[in-house]
Design a protein around this ligand. Structure first.
Ligand code: NAD
Length: 524
């Protein structure tokens, strides 16, 4: 296999996708370790299937445990003896800007690959890629505002230099539902901080991550600063357990997050976990219907319905249920479902046979639980091939039903009713997850008061979901811990070193005099 442009013609017919990009996408990739492309020590590969056509379209090398070790060693050497952590923040910021420019130059072939890997419509593939260039530029811009060294005066009269230093080797493990965008919440911040990275993309989306390696090379990142190794779960576990890794930045399911936290505990690695969700949108009795429908419909459909922050549960006042459900049914009926490469497509297929079977299984459970399918509930008519699920609205199931509690990862909205605000909040908060919620009301103060009672890392007012690069994002409860985005997302890639500058002979606590108020000062 080669890292160079493979022959898309070899796959194009089978994949059945017309090219949007003027340049052909790279549909075969090796591992990227220490700025070298390497087919892997065992020759093991991952064969990729286009979710829209169910046909093979590409192949990626899969790392063995030996390759995982080689990638960590490369990142370790780059961190321990290479120039990267010793550059100034401004020098690293300049490299991030070059990285962003190189990636931007490849945006079309990359989006082409994302479209084939995920079944996302073309514009969404482009958007996901832009989230990486945006985050690279955002963190590059933040470099000027970061204070790495501060002097603090202690209460014994000593002065200490409090220094933020890069944490070390970071293993960034990302899911398939945002192959580039989910890497963007970790990679730019880790690199700016001076860490070196082993990026492990999902086995369903390994090719798109290769473009990050291309951009790193073009930007002149030193060898080992970014390594990209697709791997299956067993070898990914070896990465999490590797003693050379200092931090795991994981985005994925809660089930895998639990395994990772447990495996990482053996060597007390730092861990940040961005996990699953089952977001709710609470509609108060004074909410405006057009605003609700125009913001919630794209939130349900975005990413082909496969978003951790998708507000999949709609909690409405009993007396407004019919009017609200009818308005959504009308909006969902207008959605253009079809091949991701067809002009005008708004909703493509789910990523894989496994996800399709999972979604169909949950829809079946809703039927068995007495649910009413207002619209959808299965394959859209006329799409017999590909992992398509029609936009679906379910009513008349309990909030405790499987479809009311489990992540479905499909364009499906489940509607629950309430008769008091207390009951509504109970429904919203009665989930193991706490990633994202929403509240709709015409009264801003009332909405804010309700938002403050929602047990979620992010809450939107009069909007289904939103994420800004400069605003922190993270889950609570079993949706994980650790904040990404914003200055908080950079802080998780530093650790603190303290250097006492002028302490006298050690006297234990004998220097301490009785005090009533302890005052300290911070200076430079
Ligand atoms: P997943 O947990 O199956 O896999 C995520 C990643 O972990 C993949 O790269 C996979 O190869 C790897 N992995 C699997 N087993 C592993 C192991 N034992 N050790 C180390 N790595 C392992 O999740 P998925 O199906 O790829 O993604 C969908 C899930 O991700 C959903 O639950 C979704 O809610 C969640 N998600 C969360 C966020 C967030 O920001 N909170 C964002 C996107 C997706």
């Amino acid at each position: 296999m080669t890292d160079h442009d493979s022959d898309p013609a070899a796959y194009a017919g089978a994949a059945g996708s017309a090219l949007h990009s003027a340049r052909p996408p790279k549909l075969e990739r090796d591992l990227f370790i220490g700025n070298q492309w390497w087919p892997g020590s065992t020759g093991q590969t991952i064969d990729l299937v286009n979710p829209a056509t169910e046909q093979p379209f590409g192949r990626a090398a899969a790392a063995s445990a030996e390759d995982v070790d080689a990638a960590v060693q490369a990142a370790r050497a780059a961190f321990d003896t290479g120039p990267w952590p010793r550059l100034s923040l401004q020098e690293r910021a300049a490299a991030l800007l070059r990285f962003a420019d190189s990636l931007e130059a490849d945006i079309e072939p990359l989006a082409e690959v994302v479209m084939r890997e995920t079944g996302l419509p073309w514009k969404e593939g482009i958007g996901g890629t832009r989230s990486m260039t945006t985050m690279l530029r955002y963190y590059a811009g933040l470099a000027g505002q970061v204070q790495l060294v501060e002097r603090h005066k202690g209460i014994t009269g000593v002065t200490a230099s409090i220094e933020k230093v890069p944490l070390g080797v970071v293993a960034t493990i990302v899911p398939w539902n945002g192959p580039i965008s989910m890497a963007s919440v970790s990679l730019p911040a880790a690199l700016l901080a001076g860490c070196t990275v082993v990026l492990k993309p999902s086995e369903l989306t390994p090719l798109s991550a290769g473009y990050l390696a291309d951009a790193a090379l073009a930007a002149g990142l030193p060898p080992g600063v970014l390594n990209v190794i697709p791997a299956l779960p067993a070898e990914s576990d070896a990465l999490v357990r590797h003693p050379g890794v200092n931090k795991i930045a994981f985005t994925g399911s809660t089930a895998t997050g639990r395994k990772i936290a447990e495996a990482a505990a053996a060597t007390l690695k730092h861990v940040s976990l961005e996990l699953g969700g089952k977001a709710a949108a609470l509609v108060l009795d004074d909410a405006t219907l057009p605003r609700l429908v125009e913001t919630m419909t794209p939130a349900i459909l975005f990413n082909n319905g496969q978003m951790c922050i998708q507000p999949a549960r709609l909690v409405v006042p009993e007396h407004r249920k019919d009017e609200i459900v009818a308005a959504f049914a009308e909006a969902f009926a207008k959605v253009v479902v079809g091949p991701p490469d067809a002009p005008g497509t708004e909703l493509g297929p789910l990523i894989s046979r496994q996800q399709y079977d999972h979604a169909m299984g949950l829809l079946q459970s809703a039927k068995e639980d007495g649910g009413t399918f207002v619209t959808g509930g299965g394959r859209p008519p006329g799409l017999d091939t590909g992992f398509y699920v029609a936009p679906t609205i379910i009513t008349d199931v309990s909030p405790h039903s499987r479809v009311g509690q489990e992540e479905i990862f499909a364009p499906v909205m489940v509607v629950f009713t309430y008769t008091s605000e207390e009951e509504a909040l109970q429904i919203v908060n009665d989930t193991e997850y706490g990633l994202n919620d929403a509240v709709y009301s015409a009264d801003a103060d009332r909405a804010l008061a309700i938002a403050r009672r929602m047990q979620s890392g992010t809450i939107n007012i009069n909007n289904g979901m939103f994420a800004d690069p400069a605003i922190p994002f993270g889950g609570v409860k079993q949706s994980g811990y650790g904040q990404e985005n914003g200055p908080e997302g950079l802080d998780i890639y530093f650790e603190t070193h303290v250097i006492y500058l002028d302490a006298g002979p050690f006297q234990g606590m004998r220097r301490l005099k009785p005090v009533t108020v302890v005052q300290t000062s911070v200076g430079h």
